[in-house]
Ligand binder design. Structure first.
Ligand SMILES: Nc1nc2c(c(=O)[nH]1)N[C@@H](CNc1ccc(C(=O)N[C@@H](CCC(=O)N[C@@H](CCC(=O)N[C@@H](CCC(=O)O)C(=O)O)C(=O)O)C(=O)O)cc1)CN2
Ligand SMILES: [Zn+2]
Length: 757
């Protein structure tokens, strides 16, 4: 009997109920108990949606982030938050976003740093530690949720991030090594496991996704000592690895004294046989056979062909699950009314993935005949996708064949271009700019909703967006910024907006995936060869330029980011899809240039996070990713200034490749990490211009002029002032005008002060 379980479920809700509840609470429109009530309802709904499995996850729900939750569970709260007024929830949101619902704008708390969860588009709050950090158990949240699940008749399996992955995610605020805290951390984990076991937990899932990365020897050894200690608690541990192959960690995992092992059998299929052979006699093997990172239907017959011999061997020691938590896929395909039926039939969201799991379970446990109809339908869908004319476009394939390497090179080297551009734009020292978006107000979003519903016409919508653009331009002129942007009012999202205009892309109506906190994205679905039927941004940019004599930056999303933030086809290499995107965006770059736009920013916010988890695979990825960017960006005249922007850029390791992009200017996020990025420059002289972000846009707090001057002075120690720009960390779309204006005013003042020094 194969046992069915799930590693985690999306918590945002089918209609983003959690988002709405959080934002209402933060704005003081609802109480803490109303928020908790919505949260409890969502948990109940989610368990309901997962009925039919043998074990359901508990502890996967979070009001903001599961890593932040764990920091609170372990009592690891930075000193700056201790002794502040308010409840634990207030402190929770202070660490998440710099402010609780009770705080006023002036009581500023430095929010925790936010960064990407492995190679996903999900962001977690980085736990902070020092050599002095002590842990203490605060188990009430988990216990309460465990009891809540049991009260609802749920067969509950608590899920937790494992101690090694937790420490690996930690950042030391001194020079200490987080791994050194393991001896202090383990007793608290032991206590936690014990507490859950006493509350009735039979199995506990510990997630250790770092097993899919290359671990140095100290980390490997730490696994052995940590799990030997945890094994002392009389509860069954399911150790979950996901997001890739185990590689050299495979023997390590096999040696650990745990009751069960979960493997990512999508990305790590090739290793399953080897793990199987080394399995201990009582050990459970959980195979993640359904892709938790993509939205395509599983080829159930192929999986069954592969699984049946394993099931025969393992009996009820075989567990089946999605490859990882379903946090990274939308909730329910049934909500979609507008997808082409042919395409919709190829897809599975979280709910459908669990249905696939149940079909597999029935087929294995009671024979394929019982689910014959479902298997036939599934096989038909798989075959239809393989053959569909929607997918293949010979003209695109041909264009790909004709790419020449010299298309990716600028005409002259940077110093020559820089001179021409300096003459053309005549910018001051420390030029100021923003990253592109201005606040996406309720009015803007409602106009888009009205357009969708047909209650306003396309012309009315265009007029309203032009009014918004004019407003953004006027505000920037008044602030005295040097290089302006149109503000991206017309864009729902920097990826979805372009996806909607490109062939080969589909987009959902409700396919929301949590990005961070209450913020969600609706990743477009790349199902076929990509082309650009017509210009996408030229008219908006021209309109904006017509309103000002200052340079107006054109604003595009780059090919690598389009790829990494979409659900991509799995029937051709990612690299090939990326080149198709590069060609389409290249056309847009050239149309902008032809329309007289002299500065063009091509965002590659996701270039860094697209790095494979194993360093040995980095170079191959970087080679094609860098080429794709250059292909899209570099077909312009020397006097055209290319900017790029990257978020959460811990790119110490890839600074040479960042330089190889040869963008004239790069703007990056650095403010929360206190210009830590600049470490990269200690060993490498970045040759072109750079704008290290000085304004943390993820927090509602206003940065002061003095703070920003200080950050820039720090930057100027590493990079000549002639090559520095002054700008926020990232786009301003999540902020309100009342937050943005004072912050930018201070920023412009900072630049003026710097120029006088
Ligand atoms: N794809 C992507 N990934 C990314 C980023 C990014 O910008 N895009 N940035 C980083 C993460 N940062 C992010 C920053 C902001 C948002 C964000 O603001 N998301 C919005 C949704 C954006 C969107 O698509 N909006 C649509 C639909 C908005 C909507 O909810 N409409 C309402 C109605 C309008 C209303 O009454 O407000 C509805 O349909 O019910 C639009 O503008 O048209 C949100 O969660 O609120 C997401 C991620 C990294 N990853
Ligand atoms: Zn950004």
């Amino acid at each position: 009997m194969a046992i069915l379980h799930n590693l985690g479920f999306p918590r945002i809700g089918r209609k983003r109920e959690l988002k709405k509840a959080l934002e209402a609470y933060w704005q003081g429109q609802s109480s803490e108990s109303e928020l908790e009530q919505t949260a409890a309802q969502l948990r109940a709904q989610n368990w309901q949606l997962q009925q039919g499995l043998d074990w359901l996850p508990v502890g996967d729900f979070s009001l903001y982030d599961q890593v932040l939750d764990l920091s609170f569970t372990l009592g690891n709260i930075p000193a700056r938050l201790q002794h502040l007024a308010g409840s634990e929830l207030d402190n929770y949101f202070r660490l998440a976003r710099g402010r609780s619902a009770q705080d006023s704008a002036c009581s500023c708390i430095h929010a925790g740093e936010m960064t990407k969860w492995f190679d996903t588009n999900y962001h977690y709050i980085v736990p902070e530690v020092t050599a002095q950090t002590e842990f203490s158990l605060q188990s009430s949240r988990l216990l309460q949720q465990f009891r809540e699940a049991k009260a609802q008749g749920v067969q509950a399996k608590p899920v937790l991030i494992g101690p090694l992955t937790y420490l690996w995610l930690c950042k030391a605020k001194d020079q200490s090594e987080p791994l050194a805290l393991l001896p202090r951390l383990l007793p608290v984990y032991q206590q936690l496991l014990q507490t859950l076991q006493q509350a009735g937990a039979e199995w506990i899932q510990l997630d250790e996704p770092i097993l899919a990365t290359e671990l140095s020897e100290p980390w490997q050894l730490a696994f052995v000592s940590a799990y030997s200690l945890l094994a002392e608690v009389p509860v069954k541990l399911l150790l979950a690895s996901y997001f890739g192959q185990l590689g050299a960690n495979l023997p390590l995992l096999q040696a650990l004294p745990v009751a069960g092992i979960h493997l990512d059998a999508v990305r790590g299929r090739a290793e399953v046989q080897q793990v199987l052979q080394g399995l201990a006699p009582q050990q459970v093997l959980s195979l993640g056979v359904i892709d938790g990172r993509n939205i395509w239907k599983t080829d159930l017959t192929a999986v069954l062909d592969w699984l049946e011999p394993i099931a025969a061997l393992l009996g009820d020691r075989l567990w089946l699950a999605p490859s990882c938590s379903l946090l990274h896929v939308p909730v329910d395909l049934d909500s979609e009314q507008k997808l082409l039926p042919e395409l919709k039939n190829w897809l599975a969201f979280a709910k459908q993935k669990l249905q696939e799991l149940q079909i597999l379970g029935l087929a294995l446990n009671q024979g394929r005949l019982l689910v014959a109809e479902a298997l036939i339908d599934n096989a038909a869908a798989i075959a239809s996708r393989r053959q569909s004319a929607l997918v293949h476009n010979p003209a695109v394939q041909q264009a790909l064949q004709q790419i020449r390497p010299e298309q990716a090179q600028r005409q002259s080297p940077y110093p020559v271009r820089a001179q021409q551009q300096a003459a053309r734009f005549a910018l001051p020292l420390y030029p100021t700019t923003t990253i592109g978006s201005f606040p996406q107000t309720t009015a803007i979003r409602q106009a888009r909703l009205a357009l969708k519903k047909g209650t306003i016409s396309a012309a009315q919508y265009r007029d309203q967006m032009q009014t918004e653009i004019a407003h953004a331009v006027a505000q920037q002129e008044q602030l005295g910024l040097d290089v302006l942007v149109h503000g991206e009012a017309e864009r729902n999202d920097m990826v979805e907006y372009f996806g909607e205009q490109l062939s080969g892309f589909a987009f959902s109506q409700h396919g929301w995936v949590q990005s961070y906190g209450s913020r969600c994205v609706k990743p477009p679905i790349i199902y076929g060869d990509i082309s650009r039927p017509q210009p996408m941004t030229v008219a908006w940019t021209q309109y904006a330029q017509s309103l000002t004599t200052k340079p107006m930056k054109g604003m595009l999303t780059g090919p690598v980011t389009m790829l990494n933030w979409s659900f991509v086809r799995d029937d051709q290499p990612r690299q090939q899809t990326c080149l198709q995107l590069a060609l389409a965006i290249r056309q847009e770059v050239q149309d902008l240039e032809a329309a007289g736009v002299g500065i063009i920013q091509i965002d590659e916010a996701a270039l860094r996070e697209g790095l494979p988890l194993r360093q040995s695979e980095w170079q191959q990825y970087l080679d094609w990713a860098v080429f794709a960017f250059k292909l899209c960006a570099n077909g312009v005249a020397d006097s055209t200034q290319i900017h790029t922007h990257m978020c959460y850029s811990e790119f110490n390791d890839i600074i040479a490749e960042i330089a190889a992009l040869d963008a004239d200017v790069i703007t990056i996020e650095t403010s929360r990490s206190d210009m830590e990025l600049l470490r990269a420059f200690e060993h490498f002289d970045y040759p072109n211009q750079i704008g290290p972000g000085v304004y943390d846009i993820h927090s509602p707090n206003t940065p002061t002029t003095a703070q920003m001057v200080k950050l820039m002075q720090k930057a100027a120690q590493q990079i000549p002032a002639q090559r520095l720009w002054v700008n926020p960390d990232c786009g301003l779309k999540t902020r309100q005008w009342s937050e943005v204006l004072p912050a930018l005013k201070n920023m412009v003042a900072a630049a003026q002060q710097l120029r006088q020094n």
